[in-house]
Write a protein that binds this ligand. Structure first.
Ligand code: ACO
Length: 280
């Protein structure tokens, strides 16, 4: 199902889908073909029951060197249709798709994360970086500004001084600095990156998928709402979780705590039934 891609590599193991941009010889710079393939891969994984958590990473030890300056930019300079198609494909998976994704997503950053790669970095729900990873908003260094949504998502993620400094200076920073300013959740030694991502993915897989999906949507969506809208939206969203909930999460959680006294919600999630028990 995932074997026919040239620029994307997908491996499924123990519920985790490892999706790697796969142009290592070009530091995973993103070509129009890569964008089309990422959209196809992520769309398929969203409905693949084998994939519970999706990890976005890069092959060959680099996350991504951003848009391919040759194939994405220069090749389309005099081709408005090609440019439009490439821009649309790039934005669909890096933002519309990942930001609204049904399943939890984690960015795993090793090596370079440059320019346009900040879109997928900040569209994912969580991010783990190697301490020695190199982040750079390099746009200012070659005559453009951080476009598509990069300026917006950087400004939305970190404090204004950090956003202005790194966008205007184009200075590289490492994984530790990315953690300090809130660009990633964790920076860990390079040999521990996959372990940390796996640990986080396992924690996410222990939650009710339906409740987790609604929670991440809620946290994202209330940012642009006022208090009245938030009250109303969260009440409706809370009720929506219960419709068709195969885990019957609310009652199961309460019963395991109040009746069985088998867990404490402060420290851990309630025990999920197996897929077979749920009839999946
Ligand atoms: N677009 C096109 N080709 C690229 C890109 C890119 N973004 N990044 C690297 N490559 C290519 C290089 O041209 C080179 O190709 P070649 O082997 O045919 O000569 C190959 O990938 C390897 O790159 P090197 O520069 O030789 O590798 P090195 O490890 O020394 O440096 C680095 C890597 C730092 C990422 C450097 O390539 C670089 O600065 N790339 C540009 C990054 C960038 O500014 N991206 C655009 C951001 S703006 C945007 O995305 C909208």
């Amino acid at each position: 199902m995932y074997d026919n891609f040239e620029c994307v590599d997908v491996k499924l193991a123990d519920g985790i889908a490892w999706v790697r941009l796969n142009r290592p010889e070009k530091r995973n710079a993103m070509s129009p073909q890569l964008h089309e393939e990422m959209e196809a891969a992520l769309t398929t994984l969203e409905v693949d029951p084998e994939a519970k958590v999706v990890v976005v990473a890069g092959a060959g030890g680099n996350f991504s060197a951003g848009q391919d300056l040759k194939l994405f930019f220069r090749a389309n300079e005099n081709n408005p249709l090609g440019r439009k198609k490439a821009q649309r494909a790039a934005n669909r998976w890096r933002w519309e798709l990942l930001y609204n994704y049904d399943k939890p997503t984690i960015a795993m950053v090793e090596g370079y994360c440059v320019g346009g790669a900040f879109m997928q970095l900040l569209a994912t729900d969580f991010a783990v970086a190697a301490e020695d990873a190199t982040f750079s908003l390099s746009e200012v260094n070659w005559g453009i500004l951080p476009g598509a949504l990069v300026s917006k998502v950087v400004a939305d993620t970190v404090l204004p001084r950090h956003a202005l400094y790194y966008c205007c200076l184009g200075e590289p920073f490492d994984g530790k600095e990315a953690e300090r300013i809130g660009m990633v959740n964790f920076a860990v030694p390079p040999t521990k990156v996959e372990d940390k991502v796996t640990e986080l993915a396992n924690k996410l897989m222990a939650k009710s998928p339906r409740v987790l999906r609604a929670t991440k949507q809620a946290v994202r969506n209330v940012r642009s709402m006022d208090f009245g809208q938030s009250y109303d939206y969260l009440a409706e969203k809370g009720m929506a979780i219960k419709v068709g909930d195969t885990e019957d999460s609310y009652n199961t959680g309460l019963s395991q705590f109040l009746d069985e006294k088998s867990y404490k919600p402060t420290f851990e999630p309630f025990k999920l039934g197996s897929d077979e028990e749920k009839g999946n």
